[in-house]
Design a protein around this ligand. Structure first.
Ligand code: IVH
Length: 661
């Protein structure tokens, strides 16, 4: 078959399959068939780029990397909604409308908790997506929104239309994202809304594609050009191919409206995405202008807000926990309660200031919720219920070794001052051997605790000296020959673990798994990193001041230097094996990427440069050897020209690396 026709056919089949799966929730082909068709399409499009269509599903994979977002002025401002919090306020809203018009009805819709966007289609083709911004001016997030699987890139009718809706992150995607961030020691997103908003502002569309955002549409701009009521809007949006939240109702009296709201409040707990209320809109367009607008919102609609999942319980005690960096954290011991689907009996209190600012005291009734759907947190105190509880006082000694705690100026945390604190060390050991660090699989939390109690393990080097006590270990109940031999083998193997895993395992503050991976690309031996200075570290794209300072502080501490030397003499790998650095023009060169790249993603281009022995820097300076300037390059290009630095475009870059990648 002719390639052009096959491309058209594939696009049609895949887009239909996408629509069935993501919009209608009724899959019509298997994942395997889908992947096969998509691969065939991508292959054909690579061979015949001229035949690529704007509505191709391959557009959804991402690939565009931006320097920033263009501003977009909304032709019709994006307004917000007034709120009501109870039935009295709802009645008052209705009465204000009834004073102006009589024969009206309402449409109720779920209020999706995400971020509003406006989508423009020309001739039925997706053209642009813009965030709400301040309502008048938003940001162009087209390439990111394009990655949303349920979004049609071509409508069923060749019309010009602007539609609005809510981008959100389903619970499943949110949980996966936060779990990933937890394992990488990266800050968690507090809730799916923040995660969706943070994702839509990513510069690399591939990152967006990987996070599985979704979108519900609910409004058409200048809707009366197309239809006569909100019920018709929702039907028409579906007809055009958009995903509409199907939990909408047409209600004609207030009693029914109130009972529907109660139903929604039950329903929302079972949904796979967050909602924070019900939107109530007058259905008949002919009445809207009569009811009118304030400067911020329409008077013909309002949002009935649900109470967030926050639960009251008693704070029975405040205990203290020491982490691997030596930070001592206060923990709330709670009367167990059910919060967002699981029983919570402990919650973080963060630090002394958190407790004092909120004046949290033992014996108080407190409100708890789950931050980021994962971590239980005490939000505040129910002061009306307080009796004669005494104010909180931070303890002054370590809960494990009783050494004094210290609080450094400008920091909120308290640290144990004992460098050999067993509490800190045991957590360090557990972290060091964990799967995400050195991956010594048989040396789990319980085993570390037992060996520690028996005096075999006090610090990291002790792990590599355990073999001296092999016979004794075999005598411990529950261990035996086989288990100890397996453990010795795992410990021995871990000596060859990669340098980034070792670095992460050391537990340097702010050096998570991802930062460790970045560091070894620039400092391929432990020695080099130990001598790195603050300014050089800052040159690295992903390393900020806090991380750079923490690394320098860590390695300037003699105890830590001794630890590294011990590990070195015990035979641990201290070198990062670069995947065969070729003798290439990029070798040893500092290269800056700028502007919009079309062939490679930013990450790909950086990876290639690093694999060829170059360093990627974020700013142009006298030290820069080469600037790769994509489309619309701005200030960096100007500066490079001023400094007489060699500049190449993306095509030349491709030629320079061709055949290699
Ligand atoms: S209608 C004139 N319908 O809520 C405003 N908004 O507080 C038109 N939202 O900015 C908005 N679900 O981000 C409407 N079914 C829904 C909604 C919804 C969520 C958001 C939207 C809006 C905010 C207003």
């Amino acid at each position: 078959m002719d390639a052009k026709l096959r491309i058209q056919e594939l696009i049609q089949i895949i887009n239909q399959a996408n629509h069935d799966y993501h919009t209608k929730d009724q899959p019509t082909i298997t994942d395997f068939e889908y992947d096969k068709l998509l691969h065939e399409l991508i292959d054909l499009e690579t061979k015949y780029p001229n035949y690529k269509q704007t509505d191709s599903p391959s557009e959804k994979i991402g690939g565009v990397v931006l320097d920033g977002f263009q501003k977009v002025t909304h032709a019709v401002p994006m307004m917000s909604l007034s709120n009501v919090f109870n039935n009295e306020e709802l009645d008052a809203f209705d009465e204000r409308i009834r004073k102006v018009v009589q024969n009206y009805s309402y449409v109720t819709e779920l209020k999706i908790d995400g971020l509003a966007v406006s989508l423009t289609y020309k001739n039925g083709e997706f053209l642009r997506a813009a965030t709400r911004g301040n309502g008048v001016v938003g940001e162009d997030v087209t390439s990111n929104v394009k990655t949303i699987k349920s979004l049609p890139l071509r409508l069923t009718e060749p019309i010009d239309i602007e539609v609005r809706g809510e981008i959100y992150m389903p619970h499943k995607s949110f949980k996966k994202l936060n779990e990933e961030r937890l394992s990488l020691d990266e800050p968690l997103f507090a809730n799916p809304r923040n995660a969706a908003a943070g994702t839509i502002r990513q510069l690399d569309a591939k990152v967006v594609a990987s996070r599985n955002l979704d979108i519900f549409l609910y409004t058409i701009v200048d809707a009366s050009k197309y239809v006569n009521s909100q019920m018709e809007v929702l039907a028409y949006l579906q007809k055009l191919g958009f995903k509409v939240n199907l939990n909408y109702h047409h209600v004609k009296d207030m009693d029914l409206l109130k009972s529907k709201i109660n139903e929604y409040d039950l329903l929302r707990k079972k949904l796979s995405y967050d909602t924070d209320g019900v939107v109530i809109k007058v259905n008949e367009f002919s009445l809207l202008n009569m009811i009118g607008y304030t400067s911020k919102f329409p008077k013909w609609a309002t949002a009935y807000k649900f109470q967030a999942e926050q639960v009251e319980t008693i704070l029975k005690d405040i205990t203290f926990q020491i982490g691997r960096t030596g930070v001592v954290t206060p923990v709330a011991e709670l009367e167990p309660v059910l919060v967002s689907g699981s029983t919570v009996s402990r919650a973080t209190l963060h630090n002394e200031d958190y407790i004092l600012t909120k004046d949290i005291r033992i014996g108080d009734y407190v409100i708890v919720h789950k931050a980021g759907e994962i971590i239980p947190e005490v939000l505040n105190v129910v002061l009306e219920k307080r009796k004669n509880q005494t104010p909180f006082e931070m303890r002054s000694d370590c809960p494990v070794c009783l050494f004094p705690l210290i609080r450094k100026p400008g920091e909120a945390d308290h640290y144990c001052s004992n460098p050999d604190c067993p509490g800190k060390n045991i957590n360090q050991l557990i972290h060091f051997s964990s799967r995400v660090a050195m991956d010594i699989d048989t040396l789990g939390e319980r085993v570390v605790e037992i060996f520690h109690e028996l005096g075999y393990l006090n610090n990291i080097p002790d792990i590599y000296k355990l073999h001296q006590f092999k016979d004794e270990l075999k005598e411990i109940p529950g261990f035996g020959d086989k288990k100890v031999d397996k453990l010795m083998e795992a410990i021995n193997n871990s000596k060859n673990q990669t340098l980034d895993k070792l670095l992460f395992g050391l537990g340097i503050k702010h050096v998570g798994a991802k930062v460790a991976k970045t560091l070894v690309k620039y400092y391929s031996t432990m020695d080099e990193l130990m001598h790195a200075n603050y300014e050089d570290l800052l040159e690295i794209n992903e390393i900020g001041e806090m991380i750079a300072q923490s690394i320098v502080t860590y390695f300037s501490n003699p105890t830590n230097r001794d630890l590294i030397n011990d590990l070195k003499s015990l035979g641990l790998n201290m070198v990062f094996e670069k995947e065969s650095v070729l003798e290439h023009a990029f070798n040893g060169k500092t290269i800056v990427l700028t502007g919009k790249l079309n062939i490679f993603s930013r990450d790909q281009a950086s990876d290639i440069i690093e694999k060829l022995g170059g360093k990627v820097s974020s700013s142009v300076s006298a030290k820069t050897d080469l600037l790769v300037a994509g489309e619309d390059a701005g200030s960096k290009l100007k500066k490079a020209n001023e400094l007489g630095i060699k500049v190449i475009d993306e095509e030349e870059f491709k030629v320079m690396i061709d055949g290699l990648y």
